[in-house]
Write a protein that binds this ligand. Structure first.
Ligand SMILES: [Zn+2]
Length: 73
């Protein structure tokens, strides 16, 4: 399952940190952040619950960039 989320982040370096944090989160198969579009595309592991996985992704992202936001979780 793939989903696309609108994000808010201040710069390309923090966007990369968010991408790394998302990719390390259990349930995420792969995550790609597009800073220009302010989008995060997430492919989930089979059977993963997108809502709870994304709550963990946001927590992980906030640890590396406290100001970031992921919308529509
Ligand atoms: Zn930054």
């Amino acid at each position: 399952m793939k989903k696309s989320y609108k994000i808010d982040v201040d710069c390309v370096n923090c966007a990369r940190k968010m991408e790394d944090a998302a990719n390390k989160t259990p349930g995420v198969k792969s995550a790609v952040v597009n800073f220009m579009a302010l989008k995060m595309n997430v492919e989930f592991e089979d059977g993963a619950d997108a809502k709870s996985v994304m709550a963990d992704v946001l927590k992980a992202c906030r640890r590396v960039e406290s100001d970031c936001e992921i919308f529509g979780i």
